[in-house]
Design a protein around this ligand. Structure first.
Ligand code: SF4
Length: 401
């Protein structure tokens, strides 16, 4: 055995010993996270075992999902992220802004299939770049995309039993407050804290809304307003393993300050034909598992999610890495962000979850631990949320048509 190999093995043994020492509810340090996210294949089982133990300490025996409809309110966007297949310019085939009738038709169809979440995904401020979007909004009777989004959240809230969860990009304090009046939670992926991604030819080269400090500011403001918030990191868009740890730490810091992060998504880049990053290799499964497990150990008391459709068929491995949620799964609408990756059928998700010794439960777009905060406010949103949840704060049983 070479001296080098011996040294590597000793280092590995050291890390495994450190993992055995951590208490399941105690967050690990940045130093340990940096070691673990680069751990060898030999160390991976110990890392996964520590992450799974932490998950079971946090939410034993249950993995949740949100049954949702996906509402791509507009796919026009002023940003040009290198990995995005969702966005369109107005002149491109498939460019579309949903009408109120379309929004309501999808929401009602989802309601019949037992959905409880209306996930609004849309491009960021397209009217700032495209006169066509300004015309569309004028025709619809709204000043901006956010005014239209607010009205569509209110429409779904009034007309159906679904609860809106908007994902509109950067938000000012005023807009967080306005959207929080018509939705129990909202989301913005941090994606990464790496400014390297803004450089020429990088993933966020032409994406002014992806400046990390601006995204952190939106997440912080949501915290100041006590809004249950979903965020997360992207894996494989040009960031380093250290960047992944630092992105997770930035989220952890905000959660420690405000206690509002209801969910952290660890999402892997998938190649699609036609995107600027079509030739960039996808992150390996091992990279994804390390990132998920490190997220769990950095934030042992936060819900950690990884999308099943982007990791098929390796569902079980994500459970091993410490997730406690599969995210939104739709029985009706495709994943418009990753249209080539169909969502699993809920029955399939259930059997995979049960094969790992956990029960699959349907949650609402707001997690149980944040519900009391929303239902304490007066108004329709609180009423609808109260009606939608069971005693544990998960989705109440509904008769599916
Ligand atoms: S990822 Fe979002 S912000 Fe970036 S181009 Fe696509 S829709 Fe726009």
């Amino acid at each position: 055995m070479s001296a080098h190999t011996l040294e590597n093995r000793q280092e590995a043994a050291l890390r495994v010993a450190e993992l055995a020492d951590i208490s399941p509810g105690t967050p690990i340090s940045r130093d340990l996270a940096l070691q673990l996210i680069r751990c060898s294949d030999a160390d991976l089982p110990a890392l996964l075992s520590a992450a799974r133990t932490a998950k079971e300490n946090f939410k034993p025996g249950v993995i949740t999902y949100s049954r949702k409809v996906f509402l791509p309110l507009t796919n026009l966007c002023r940003d040009y992220c290198g990995y995005c297949i969702f966005r369109r310019d107005p002149s491109q085939p498939g460019a579309h802004t949903m009408t109120p009738d379309e929004v309501l038709a999808v929401a009602r169809a989802g309601e019949k299939l037992g959905c409880t979440e209306a996930l609004f995904s849309l491009g960021d401020k397209p009217e700032l770049l495209f006169p066509e979007m300004r015309d569309t909004l004028r025709h619809l009777g709204y000043k901006s995309t956010l005014h239209y989004l607010e009205a569509m959240c209110a429409l779904v809230l009034h007309e159906t039993s679904l609860l809106p969860h908007p994902n509109p990009g950067l938000l000012s304090p005023e807009w967080i407050e306005r959207l929080a009046a018509v939705s129990p939670s909202m989301g913005l992926m941090l994606e990464s804290t790496s400014s390297t991604l803004l450089g020429p030819g990088a993933a966020h080269d032409n994406a002014p809304d992806k400046i990390p400090a601006r995204r952190l500011r939106t997440i912080q403001e949501a915290g100041k307003q006590n809004v249950p918030f979903t965020t997360g990191i992207l894996i494989g868009i040009g960031e380093t393993p250290e960047d992944r740890v630092d992105g997770l730490l930035a989220i952890r810091d905000l959660h420690q300050s405000y206690g509002h992060i209801q969910e952290v998504i660890v999402q892997n880049f998938r190649v699609k034909p036609g995107i600027p990053m079509a030739r960039v290799p996808e992150p390996g499964g091992g990279e994804m598992l390390r990132a998920v497990a490190v997220a769990r150990l950095l934030m042992p008391d936060v819900n950690i999610q990884a999308p099943p459709n982007l990791n098929a068929p390796y569902y079980e491995e994500l459970v091993d890495a410490g997730i406690n949620d599969w995210g939104g799964v739709s029985p009706l609408t495709p994943d418009f962000i990753n249209p080539e990756k169909p969502w699993p059928h809920v029955d399939q998700l259930r059997s995979r979850t049960e094969s790992k010794g956990s029960q699959l439960r349907q949650r609402l777009p707001v997690y149980p631990e944040f519900i009391s905060n929303v239902v304490s406010r007066p108004g329709l949103l609180a009423e609808k949320l109260r009606a939608a949840c069971d005693r544990e704060g998960l989705a109440a049983e509904k008769r599916v048509a």
